[in-house]
Design a protein around this ligand. Structure first.
Ligand code: GLN
Ligand code: ZN
Length: 759
């Protein structure tokens, strides 16, 4: 039986890659040094995986920025603006594509970045044009294969498959069908496969996660023709699918002329019987049994049962065992997390521990369960303890949730009746101006938070600092002439962590970093148990802010769906249940804010859209429970209390009904970069409540003029009645400097005045 891995986190247990990259970008080290760090990390990770007992270690999962960009570079797909004239795609060109600039070469607009399927990892979108040419333009993969070989590693090169790469690519310029490029692309893939075969690769892992999505017929047919072409190359292809079920693409995937198929049995356990029925007898079946997307220890008994079922049908030579997907999406190692208590630690497995689990499964099946009995017992105990722990299962939370009534999901009156009450109370001008919540996080603010964390200052000193900061931003906002104020969020380092730390049921790691994009890493919280709110979380700072001004101050909360989607979530309960628990906790906070006299409360749902399931048929269900959760959090207030929400994107066309169902009185969204898209969403859907289309792109250092902002608002006013429009930036201002924020907000207030005069 073969045990293997689909990919290992490349960032390094100590985020070595991040620091090496940033030093290189700052010009503090040279390329040799950077390459050496890359080589060391690869070697360390291969050795670690080999020591864990794997029969094949992946090569090609390492990347200096992003694996999709690596492929674009390998195929010579470089957008024209980078002035590339062929030859090898060098590292600085590669970094310029990723981030717009590099130690050498002229800056140009970076390639667009977007989320890799339903993960929080971002890849760089390949840009292709009509008639795009492809030419093998990078030997990095082959160099890495040579490295692995020199180290005596049993290596299995990893490629993103041609259909997935092409599916993720975006056509630029004159419109055309991307499939017209397939032929040229396959020639390069053919060359790559030939080279890998020459280098001694026996198997090549070909990742085609698009197969778990809805595919147009033409793309399904393209799969057939593509994989038939690879038959002539003397390597065995393991067609790899993950993040979901093959379902209606199963016959297609099983029937392609590849030597093996990998399926994800963690995300889609139900597909095993059908896969066993459909797989031709000559093929290898790789079963993804260990969760590559979450941090929990596996239920090894359940996994063994499935594997045994497969072996009974197929024989042990044809069944392989692996994690469900690349381990890129989990932290590297649990070992250093000594601050987590024993019990909680016992429930967890990070990448290193997951490889060990894969090996245990293999040994249990090959050598007999007795050989690994101790380990199996330990795993059983962890599962048992999770099942019964009083820290996880808190009857009072379940009881409250069971008592949630439909009435609690509805505001007392419809928007049309709430509106006059809110107007009378808030006394805002037309085109009211506001911001999204955060103001620049200055070094002094960061230092105060760090000092508090490290115990260098006491709570009283810390709170006094934060209050002074809040007082300063209130003064500034009044001076600029903003209508609805915020407290600026100086006390928050992160919109999820800040709330997670105050809620029961959340835990935090110290080193649990995962790559988000390039050198950027995030440390998602772990929701391990029933969620509740022991005490108010934001009421002190918000009421303090309101005490400083006559203008209304917005309470500022992160919404239930966003807290959920940006965390590792327990897998013993449906996500919808956990989301409702979080929503109940937030509902209490909302009501406390209201009781403290706060007239408007914003509940951010930055991550609602990105949590959409991969298959269209699952969207409706997801939107239903997410909207219910938002409504549970927000609907307890009186009619005259104004509920805001904020979302950092403008692609609403396909979910606009659900957004309207959330029934927030005001929604602020991102639009300044994509003005046309906003208009699109409102062509055949009339958004019923108030809306603030962002007029300031907070991702850019540019300061928009009054005229630009007026122009954008006028575009919006063509679709939305002017008396329902707000004027605000795209998102929070925490990453900008006051030098940019001050003139921008002054311009924004002027723009609102122009609009009030004109309409
Ligand atoms: N209120 C948050 C802020 O202003 C919202 C951030 C976000 O939407 N990502 O920073
Ligand atoms: Zn935002």
């Amino acid at each position: 039986m073969i045990a293997h891995n689909l990919g290992f986190p490349r960032i390094g247990a100590g985020r070595e890659l991040k620091f090496a990259l940033e030093r290189y970008w700052r010009g503090e080290t040279d390329l040799n040094r950077l390459e050496a760090v890359g080589r060391d990390l690869r070697e360390r990770h291969w050795r670690q995986q080999q020591a864990a007992g794997l029969d094949w270690v992946p090569v090609g999962d390492f990347s200096f920025y992003d694996q999709v960009l690596d492929h674009s570079a390998m195929f010579g797909v470089v957008p024209e603006r980078f002035g590339w004239e062929g030859g090898q795609v060098g590292i600085d060109l590669y970094f310029r594509m990723a981030r717009g600039r590099a130690p050498t070469g002229a800056p140009a607009a970076a390639c667009e970045m977007t989320k890799w399927f339903d993960t929080n990892y971002h890849y760089l979108v390949p840009e292709v044009v009509k008639g795009q040419r492809f030419a093998l333009s990078s030997h990095r993969l082959f160099d890495q294969v040579a490295e692995a070989k020199a180290l005596g590693m049993p290596f299995k090169p990893v490629l993103i498959g041609p259909l997935t790469w092409l599916w993720l690519a975006k056509g630029k310029g004159e419109p055309f069908d991307r499939l017209t490029l397939l032929n040229g692309l396959l020639k390069v893939y053919g060359e790559v496969l030939e080279r890998l075969a020459e280098a001694g690769a026996e198997w090549v892992q070909m990742d085609e996660p698009v197969l778990v999505q809805d595919l147009p017929t033409a793309w399904k047919q393209a799969f057939e023709s593509a994989y038939h072409r690879f038959q002539s190359v003397p390597v065995k292809i393991l067609l790899t699918t993950y993040f979901g079920a093959l379902d209606e693409n199963l016959s297609l995937a099983a029937g392609l002329p590849t030597a093996g198929l990998h399926v994800d049995l963690v995300r889609a356990p139900h597909q095993l019987p059908a896969v066993l029925d459909r797989l031709p007898p000559y093929k290898v079946l790789s079963l993804g049994m260990v969760d590559g997307r979450n941090v929990w220890r596996s239920d090894l008994d359940a996994a063994l049962e499935k594997l045994t079922l497969a072996i009974d049908r197929m024989g042990s030579e044809r069944v392989w065992v692996a994690p469900s997907c690349s381990l890129l999406h989990v932290p590297v190692d649990l070992e250093p997390e000594q601050d987590l208590d024993e019990e909680l630690r016992g429930w967890l497995a990070f990448a290193t521990q997951k490889l060990h689990e894969v090996d245990l499964l293999k040994r249990a099946l090959e050598e007999g369960a007795e050989v690994v009995e101790d380990e199996l017992t330990r795993s059983r105990r962890a599962i048992e303890s999770r099942r019964h722990s009083r820290r996880i299962h808190r009857p009072e939370v379940a009881k409250r949730l069971a008592a949630v009534s439909e009435q609690m999901l509805r505001r007392h009156s419809p928007y049309a009746e709430r509106r006059p009450l809110q107007r009378a109370r808030l006394k805002l001008p037309r085109f009211p101006t506001t911001t999204i919540g955060s103001f620049p996080q200055t070094p002094a603010i960061r230092k105060a938070r760090r000092d508090r964390r490290e115990g260098a200052i006491d709570e009283t000193t810390y709170v006094a600092f934060m209050r002074a900061e809040i007082a300063r931003v209130v003064q500034r906002q009044e001076a600029y002439g903003l209508d609805m104020l915020v407290h600026g969020e100086p006390e928050r380092n992160d919109m999820v962590e800040y709330f997670g730390e105050q809620l029961e049921g959340f835990a935090f790691t110290r080193f649990g970093w995962v790559q988000s994009y390039g050198s950027r890493c995030v440390k998602p919280p772990i929701i391990y148990g029933d969620v509740s709110r022991p005490a108010p979380m934001t009421v002190d700072y918000i009421t303090y802010t309101q005490s400083l001004t006559d203008r209304p101050v917005k309470g500022m909360l992160t919404g239930p769906v966003t807290l959920l989607n940006w965390s590792y979530v327990r897998d013993d309960q449906p996500r919808s249940v956990i989301c409702m628990q979080i929503a109940l906790a937030l509902r209490d906070e909302v009501l406390d804010l209201e009781a403290a006299g706060i007239k408007a409360i914003q509940i951010d749902e930055a991550a609602l859209r990105e949590g959409l399931p991969l298959r269209l048929s699952d969207w409706q269900r997801y939107l239903e429970w997410t909207v219910r959760a938002f409504r549970l959090a927000s609907s307890g207030v009186r009619d005259e209390t104004q509920i805001h929400t904020h979302m950092c994107y403008s692609e609403f066309n396909d979910i606009i009904d659900a957004i309207a169902e959330m029934d927030a009185d005001v929604i602020t969204i991102e639009t300044s970069r994509s003005q046309m898209e906003l208009l699109d969403a409102f062509v055949d859907f009339e958004y019923p409540n108030e809306i603030g289309p962002g007029v300031y792109d907070i991702h850019s250092p540019n300061i928009p003029t009054v005229e630009e902002m007026v122009r954008l608002m006028k575009l919006a006013a063509q679709r939305i009645p002017p008396d329902r429009l707000w004027v605000n930036p795209d998102c929070g201002l925490k990453t900008r400097s006051w030098n940019e924020v001050e003139p921008t907000l002054r311009n924004m207030v002027k723009a609102a005045q122009v609009l009030r005069n004109e309409f």
